[in-house]
Design a protein around this ligand. Sequence first.
Ligand code: GDP
Ligand code: GDP
Length: 363
Amino acid sequence: MFKFFKDKLKDAVSKFSKKAEEDSEEQVVEEIEEVVEEPKEAKKPEPVKEIKKPKVEDVIEKKEVKELMPKKKSFFESITEKVITKKINEEQFDELFWELELVLMENNVASEVIEKIKQDLKMDLVDQPIKRGDILNTIKDSLKKSIEDVLDFDKIDLVQKIKGSEKPFVMVFFGINGSGKTTTIAKVANKLSKSGIKCLLVAADTFRAAAIQQLEEHGKNLGLKVIKHDYGADPAAVAFDGVKSAKARGYDVVLIDTAGRQHSNENLIEEMKKIVKVVKPNMKIFVGESITGNDCIEQVKKFNSAVKIDAIVLSKSDVDEKGGTALSISFVSGKPILYFGVGQNYDDIKEFDKEYVMKNLGF
Ligand code: GDP
Ligand code: GDP
């Protein structure tokens, strides 16, 4: 994840800072610095902690402190040093940001996130005197802080959540066809099973016969039971049966697969709502493909407005060299990323981890 994005971002940031250093207005300011001197004739030096060194700002600005200064001369002596600072105005900033904005767009970062990053950088850069040579670090720090903010959402500990809930814990998975929904269900069930959680799979995608077979195949591979009806059956009825069966047999979790037509399909929306009404899930999960960028973000918005999503699984992160979707989707939708799908095997699922994302982005 982020392989392509990381390099592009690094390039754009260094170009930005280089241009900013070149174009910005230069100013020479005198910075006052104090030096603490040992009193010449002191018998015993006072313990260090009792020598309170006032802040530079206080010393310069407070008149009474200024007046006190000569008396303390043997302890504090102020010296002035010439410092060259740079200042970027708003117009220059907008021009400089443009290239970075293109890189963010090109890498699927959502416009809402780009706007936030822009405002944060602007606050830290525009009309701020920055020491010559320090612009690159200022940009990097500001960008890092901004992205950390974007990724700041509560992590879900699914195993804890399940163990703390009444049995069975019902999870319904939504998403368009081919997004990796069925594979994700198998991966999650496999992960939960390894934590000693008893899982039941439910094939409520009755629209495609192949979908039922696919889930059965996963069930067979993982040694998990699958509840199914015939192709064309009412999905809500299958889901209901699944939950009933789980209750009767003491399963901890029910994972329900649903039909993944286009998110604009009215019938599907109604079908999803019906399933939710009938089984009252503890968690509704949207599965989206990381590589589809803004499409994926549009989908989660639509699914959320239809059935109120609780969390997101971003599949195919392993083949997403951009990664802007991972960066943006929670910020834009307000829903946390539960897992990243990182391959086609059952163990290829990774919990969301902010540090991991930051590290992959080069911070
Ligand atoms: P569904 O139609 O939404 O149920 O999608 P599937 O689960 O059938 O997945 C569609 C294709 O995507 C399959 O070939 C999966 O193996 C593949 N796939 C699913 N998740 C991942 C992932 O995290 N990484 C990669 N590389 N492929 C995935
Ligand atoms: P598409 O052109 O393949 O996307 O199919 P349409 O959306 O035109 O749907 C064709 C028919 O199948 C319509 O009568 C829909 O009501 C029905 N349909 C479409 N999607 C679903 C689905 O996800 N579940 C069920 N049960 N029926 C669906």
